[in-house]
Design a protein around this ligand. Structure first.
Ligand SMILES: Cc1cc2nc3c(=O)[nH]c(=O)nc-3n(C[C@H](O)[C@H](O)[C@H](O)COP(=O)(O)OP(=O)(O)OC[C@H]3O[C@@H](n4cnc5c(N)ncnc54)[C@H](O)[C@@H]3O)c2cc1C
Length: 443
């Protein structure tokens, strides 16, 4: 076997920690790691929303075939279990409304909406308890600069005939209990979810012909026939491989120079008392996305916590350690107290970080990467519904189908090239930094 036939051997490091949304849930027994020799028709690498959607659709397309899903970590420890829980139907494209891009906006929103519909159906069919609330969310501006973005966003929503309600500062204050926002808009479509509960529920209800092994990092893939995936404890031979490894695809030799990573952090308060909740306006739960791309995402969760995420940085594709998290929590705290001075006495219970896949030109990945190897991922911070749609479409694509959703996914723009290290580190650092430029009071 030549070097070209084997994907690059990675260092086998797949860090994780115990600071995430999964820690708000009851303990769960992970499935057993892959050990010994195994054979399957299909291997899916990665069990986030993309991989789980792909595995489920493969199982439906090929009910008599065996599908094995391998994840390096436990379910809920990847980005799919660590995000802010916004399952988006309508994307906000920052930087002004461009009428000539309307077909592109529609394409992306069709993908979002396909993912949202798939998630809704799966949650309902499998009775997945994940605090799914489909009542849209708020896009708001705390700073004059993002207030201008609000006008662009309203123009976009009207042009695309998206159901929405523009809201003044007072109307937002009545609903959310903060006078921090100068204005905003409620987009009626979209869902909020407990992300770790969602992926756990999706993983625990996979069809019978899907076998999941957690704590099973794939260290390399030999491009023999059949393909052979090596983990530290075992090996899996499979006719086809679907890669749903998000920003870690380059560790297996795919999308290097195309896909990078950004590490985000947020904090949760403890559960608020009745009185504290009453100070937050008329809604039982809500989610606000900032109209500034680097601004805070803030939620009142169904179980009565405020969660606030407002930092993003390049950290080499790694989570932040405890000392870094503590520093970032001071940033969360300042933002929280500015928005909710009436809750200044409420402590944070913990902080979390998560890593998202990013490309320089904010595109997504969907392709046949090599013979019998297919890949999807890299959603630049908007992958809950989109990743679900991409995973579903990838399974259909790998089965040789041709659907509208596949065509929409295939139409993603080619990714801009990322220079090699150390330039990539510098480039990624500045790309993420750019996101915060002018964030002002939206942070
Ligand atoms: C803090 C944060 C907030 C976010 N907020 C939102 C939001 O509110 N809404 C939204 O839509 N998106 C959000 N995102 C982005 C969203 O979480 C991701 O786009 C989405 O979860 C990607 O899903 P995925 O399945 O492709 O990747 P992941 O969830 O990252 O799953 C990839 C899996 O592959 C596994 N893996 C990697 N390499 C290997 C290997 N070699 N062998 C075995 N397994 C491997 C990993 O362990 C991981 O579990 C956020 C992201 C972060 C980090």
């Amino acid at each position: 076997m030549t070097n070209q036939e084997r994907t690059s051997v990675n260092n086998g490091k797949f860090e994780t920690d115990r600071h995430g949304w999964a820690e708000l849930l009851p303990p769960r027994q992970a499935t057993s790691p892959l050990e010994g020799e195994h054979r399957a028709d299909w291997a899916v690498v990665g069990a986030g929303v993309t991989g789980l959607a792909a595995a489920r659709q493969l199982a439906e397309n090929r009910p008599d075939q065996k599908i094995v899903v391998l994840d390096a970590r436990e379910i809920g420890q990847g980005a799919s279990g660590r995000n802010s829980g916004y399952a988006v139907a309508v994307s906000h494209f920052g930087g002004g409304f461009a009428r000539q891009k309307i077909d592109e906006y529609r394409r992306v929103n069709r993908i979002n909406q396909a993912g949202l519909t798939l998630l809704r159906e799966r949650i309902e069919t499998n009775s997945i308890a994940c605090q799914w609330r489909e009542q849209g969310f708020y896009h708001a501006a705390a700073d004059n600069r993002s207030q201008a973005e609000c006008d662009h966003f309203l123009e976009y929503l009207s042009a695309l005939e998206v159901a929405h309600t523009p809201l003044s500062s007072d109307e937002l204050a009545d609903r959310l209990g903060t006078i921090a926002y100068k204005g905003g808009v409620h987009v009626h479509q979209g869902a909020l979810v407990q992300p770790a509960a969602l992926v756990r529920g999706l993983a625990d209800t996979l069809p019978a012909n899907v076998q999941l092994h957690e704590n099973s990092p794939v260290l390399n893939i030999d491009r023999s026939t059949p393909l052979r995936l090596m983990t530290s404890g075992g090996a899996l031979s499979a006719d086809n491989v679907l890669l749903a490894t998000n920003f870690e695809a380059p560790k297996l030799g795919f999308l290097a120079r195309r896909l990078s990573a950004s590490t985000l952090t947020g904090s949760f308060t403890r559960i608020l008392s009745e009185e504290e909740r009453a100070s937050l306006g008329s809604l039982a739960d809500w989610g606000v996305l900032s109209l500034h791309g680097g601004g805070a995402t803030v939620r009142l969760t169904v179980d009565g916590r405020i969660s606030l995420r407002n930092t993003a940085e390049y950290n080499g594709g790694k989570l932040l350690d405890a000392a870094q998290l503590k520093q970032r929590q001071a940033v969360h705290r300042e933002s929280f107290e500015r928005r909710f001075p009436q809750l200044a006495h409420v402590p944070f219970e913990f902080a979390w970080s998560g890593v998202e896949g990013i490309s320089r030109n904010s595109t997504n990945f969907f392709s046949k990467a090599a013979k019998n190897i297919f890949i999807a991922g890299g959603y630049n911070g908007s992958g809950v519904s989109r990743g679900t749609a991409f995973g579903h479409a990838l399974a259909d694509y790998a089965c040789g189908d041709d659907t509208d959703l596949i065509r929409d996914c295939l139409a993603s723009a080619p990714a801009t090239w990322i220079p090699p290290r150390p330039l990539v580190d510098i480039g990624a650092y500045f790309t993420v930094k750019k996101r915060f430029r002018g964030v002002g009071l939206d942070r």
